[in-house]
Design a protein around this ligand. Structure first.
Ligand code: ARG
Length: 572
């Protein structure tokens, strides 16, 4: 049980004891140190319902609030808040218990199967910045859910099917007569542009391309082989990006649109059997009362085109069924651009109506905003083109290398490269994760690579500083007792003990920025502790206790950063 849960449970019992069993006492971390460590709210609502004086009611709650061995001070504040200060012994015990556990106390009591739909680029083109956010946010969430003991199934729902693959395979066939496929597909963006040019200008090629679509769908071995070649090379481009980013995604996680191809006719048949389909202008649609257009008519959700072709929507319905029937998901998280919000609401609604998802399976669109340039417009190259991810990541490492060199020119180059990789990639990831995912965010090299403020380099450096303390400390007593005498020690221990509830919040709200904010608080509290409490210069039990606080901080920082996919370094 997290600290927050423990306090909420005790508070609920006290409310029940004063005759308000249904009250929902809200327990929150205190907003300022003078309010203690936590604040219990909810007295005012009960007072209103019972027509009682809130401060008197708060006093009655206090009489029944059993926090023996947990709190050292309870105080009524303002119109009826209850401020709780945790006892130093209790906090010390929580920190040490967390350190004994591989999950730092954050394991879940009931593990779930969590399917995460992430990254999911379209293989016809180069991966671009829009997929960067899905990849980074999805990877962080996957790591958090896994760390907490859940079963995580990553699903890279790549766009590897559809009419454009007729054009692309036809063009690959043409190109292959003069150069190997790897070379032809070296730059997918160029290849796509050229194929499109051929398609638009040469009617004979356009006919071939259309013929290839039909053959591809009919399973023609030659066209299928070209398609597989294309897919393989495009996936290799993605794998290179994942590798550089340190994202835990492999070929085994790829479950692209093509994988559902054989099931699409069944999806339509099943929708028909449930009487959900209507023919509208030759297309098959589901009318949804839940979504009305401007005229107040139910929205038509198209699942099969007039020519019999299937759509993105049909594939997503098949995917819901697979995630329910085969993967047995408890939760399905779709880490996809916010602009696809309506699509997912419709997929979820149709799936429920059709019984493709059992009622207990939660489906959530983990939406994110757009990555903006410094000009506050969607991030583009200077010439207005889409930014290739590989180039962006290379630039991050180059900039970090220059930065590291300017700070520490004496380090051997290989080591500076290693640091630059961790710092550069860490900065890109952290800048994305630190903002609430639904807001658009401005991609700005200078602020993300700063060693001050809520950035990856700041946190990485905080870790390195602690590592250097241990290099100077000599032998350390790993079983020393913790004494939290100084307020800075108390504040640091409190933050350490809050790691489980912070992770829980990340998982509940699918929002990694809570973990970033937490790690930043942890680093600043550590810094205050380190300023206020000498570590290496202190002696005996005090020194041993403070070193243990240092060790717990280092481990929590390292764990938290690794959940965000960010490496730490012993030296930088
Ligand atoms: N390939 C899509 C795109 O690039 C994203 C797919 C997201 N996942 C899904 N199940 N629809 O926009």
């Amino acid at each position: 049980m997290t600290l927050l849960q423990l306090l909420a449970q005790r508070a609920a019992a006290a409310f029940a004891a004063i005759g308000a069993p249904d009250a929902q006492p809200a327990v929150q971390p205190a907003s300022r140190p003078e309010f203690g460590d936590y604040q219990i709210n909810g007295v005012m609502a009960v007072a209103k319902a019972q027509k009682a004086n809130p401060r008197e009611l708060a006093a009655r709650v206090l009489e029944h609030l059993d926090l023996a061995g947990i709190a050292s001070k309870l105080e009524i504040a303002g119109p009826g808040f209850i401020n709780v200060t945790l006892s130093d012994e209790f906090l010390a015990g929580r920190v040490l218990a967390g350190q004994q556990d591989v999950r730092l106390g954050a394991g879940v009591a009931h593990p779930e199967t969590v399917v995460i739909d992430l990254s999911s680029p379209n293989l016809a083109k180069e991966m671009h910045v829009g997929h960067l956010r899905s990849t980074i946010i999805g990877d962080a969430l996957a790591r958090v859910f896994e760390f907490m003991g859940n079963k995580v199934i990553r699903q890279n729902h790549v766009g590897d099917w559809g009419t454009q693959f007729g054009m692309l395979t036809a063009y690959l066939f043409e190109q292959e007569s003069s150069k190997p496929a790897e070379m032809a597909l070296h730059d997918l963006e160029t290849f796509y542009r050229e194929a499109k040019g051929r398609f638009d200008e040469d009617p004979a090629f356009a006919d071939t391309a259309r013929d290839y679509v039909v053959r591809l769908q009919a399973g023609d071995t030659r066209v299928l082989a070209l398609w597989e070649r294309f897919r393989e090379i495009s996936l290799a481009h993605c794998a290179a990006v994942y590798q550089q980013l340190g994202v835990k995604l492999t070929e085994d996680d790829v479950m692209g649109e093509s994988a559902y191809n054989d099931d699409l006719a069944n999806v339509i048949a099943d929708l028909k059997a449930k009487n959900l389909l209507t023919t509208s202008e030759g297309a098959q649609v589901v009318f949804l009362d839940e979504f009305r257009n401007k005229e107040g008519e139910p929205a038509a959700y198209i699942v099969q085109k007039q020519d019999g072709g299937y759509l993105y929507s049909t594939t997503d319905l098949a995917a819901v069924r697979y995630r329910n029937n085969v993967l047995h998901a408890d939760r399905v998280l779709y880490v996809v651009d916010a602009r696809q919000g309506l699509h997912f609401q419709q997929v979820f609604t149709v799936s429920r109506k059709a019984g493709f998802a059992r009622p207990e399976m939660q489906m959530e669109h983990v939406a994110f905003g757009t990555m903006m340039g410094k000009d506050n417009k969607p991030f583009k190259t200077r010439s207005g083109g889409t930014v290739k991810l590989v180039e962006l990541l290379d630039e991050a490492e180059t900039r970090a290398f220059d930065l590291v060199t300017s700070k520490n020119a004496d380090l051997p180059e290989a080591q500076r490269r290693k640091i630059a990789h961790a710092v550069g990639i860490g900065a890109v990831r952290y800048a994305d994760l630190a903002k609430h995912r639904t807001s658009d965010y401005v991609f700005d090299w200078d602020s993300m690579l700063s060693f001050e403020g809520n950035t990856a380099p700041y946190l990485q450096y905080a870790y390195t500083r602690i590592a250097s303390i241990f290099r100077q400390a000599g032998t350390v007593d790993a079983s020393a007792a913790l004494h939290l005498a100084d307020p800075a020690e108390h504040a640091l221990a409190l933050t350490l003990a809050q790691f489980p509830e912070q992770l829980q919040q990340v998982a509940q709200e699918t929002a990694p920025h809570f973990l970033c904010a937490y790690l930043y608080t942890l680093a600043t509290r550590f810094s205050r502790f380190y300023d206020a409490c000498p570590v290496l210069k202190s002696e005996g039990a005090t020194r041993a206790s403070r070193l243990r606080l240092c060790a717990a901080t280092a481990r929590t920082l390292q764990t938290g950063l690794s959940l965000l996919g960010i490496e730490v370094l012993e030296e930088m």
